[in-house]
Design a protein around this ligand. Sequence first.
Ligand SMILES: [Zn+2]
Length: 296
Amino acid sequence: MFSFTKSGVHLCGEEEVGLDCRHENVFISHAHADHAFSSKKSKRVMASDATLDLLKTRGFSLAGERWNNGFQLLRAGHVLGALQLRAELDGCVCTYAPDFKLSDSLTVKGAEMRSCDDLVVDGTFASPEFVFPPRETVYDQIGKWAKANEAAGVITVFGGYALGKAQELVACLNEYAAITPLVSGETAELCRAYLRHGIPLDFLAAESDEGRAALKGAFTAVLPMNRVGRPLASRLKQFYGRKVRTAVATGWALCRPFATDGQFALSDHADSLELKKFVEGTGAKRVYSEKGARLA
Ligand SMILES: [Zn+2]
């Protein structure tokens, strides 16, 4: 069974496991900062190869030997390497699926769905008003917008989380606009990690010779979301002497305005309909949020 404490969610069996929280036995579902952490105290670590690679790329230091203990690890469909943990304890099947998405994206396949009794899910977009448009439609809108900007000689800057969304944006610009975007810093390192794990992405590092040459034209760039807004647009306009258009790609684009020229509801999380489908598909008897609130 699950227990919910101030330090996080635990799976309580013969050996307790900390789920995305500090513990001597840890399961790290994926490499987003709110689920992973630096710990020199962990003795045993359960995570996918890709998650460990991404964590290393992001500068997290982890101690402990790799461990599985017979737990079932299922694809979560959220970002590269993201997993759910499924375990049978005293006849009760528990699944921990913190951040997941059922539909396939351009960079990861959707979540696997297996039966369980107790389920912990991410409730980020659980509220019924969150129904995302089909991904194909959003990819198409992003591609058309980027192409129109490029044709007009405008610099285009997209903002998205450095891990997951940035790589989706790169893949979308490749496939739907035939554009090779510029990336830099951590985003470039994470794109390289995707390449190492067999996800094809065509991008240019802004610091490379090719990248510097591209900066002289009407380039398209993908940056971390918190850097994209009006101040960046005016700095770029002043520096490069071209018009600049900015946009963000996030599930929150559905419900609030951003200080950008465009906003696209592209999410790596399940919306309320996918969440309902997932809960029904697993047949879970008890459903909890990561904070321990009973959702169903
Ligand atoms: Zn996440």
